[in-house]
Design a protein. Structure first.
Length: 202
């Protein structure tokens, strides 16, 4: 969780009246829940790194990250650039000791992607699908998103290892069966040769 303090603001309107905007303490969580909320508002994937988010979109995501209740919309107008930097640092924090080779699990992940006409993308629904496919409990949707995505990659990598091991075992069994068939055919040919040599039926 990230906690930031928004200070009250005092502005002067066109009639020289002092307008006070209250401050608030925001408790923020970067999770699949906040991701899903934001995507339902903007109808585009939050994890799309090709398009930089506007300040409006960033503030909107901070609203979706907020877990304390009844925070007035005008409070978010007081968020400073420095506080946005802190939020981005929190969002980008890996939040895990696990390190995974980016290549591991990629084949498994690609099988579970959905695509636009031009490029692949990751949405909240796709992450939920990964959770179902890998039997990850839905309680994990409350985790920091980077922790959840790391867990998904670990599951994909382990699944790929299991598939590779199964493939090796299958090839080994097929090789044994092939050798057995070759041996059986060799015995059959030898029996036929002996029958022809000795003019017997068995």
């Amino acid at each position: 969780m990230l906690v930031i303090q928004i200070e009250p603001r005092h502005d002067i309107d066109e009639n020289n009246n002092v307008i006070t905007t209250p401050g608030a303490t925001l408790q923020l969580e970067h999770s699949l829940i906040s991701l899903q909320k934001w995507e339902s508002i903007w109808h585009e994937p939050w994890l799309d790194q090709k398009h930089e988010k506007t300040r409006e979109q960033t503030i909107s995501y901070i609203k979706c990250m907020t877990i304390n209740k009844n925070v007035a919309d005008e409070v978010y107008e007081g968020i400073t650039d420095y506080q946005i930097m802190l939020v981005n640092a929190y969002i980008n924090n890996p939040m895990t000791a696990s390190t995974i080779d980016e290549k591991l699990g990629q084949n498994q992940m690609k099988k579970l992607e959905h695509k636009t006409t031009h490029d692949s993308f990751v949405s909240a629904e796709l992450i939920y699908y990964w959770m179902i496919a890998f039997h990850i409990p839905f309680d994990c949707r409350k985790w920091h998103l980077n922790q959840l995505l790391t867990l998904v990659r670990v599951c994909a990598a382990k699944k790929e290892e299991e598939n590779a091991e199964l493939e090796r075992e299958t090839k080994s069994k097929n090789k044994v069966n092939t050798n057995w068939r070759a041996t059986a055919q060799s015995f059959k040919a030898e029996n036929a040769r002996r029958r022809a040599l000795w003019h017997t039926k068995g």
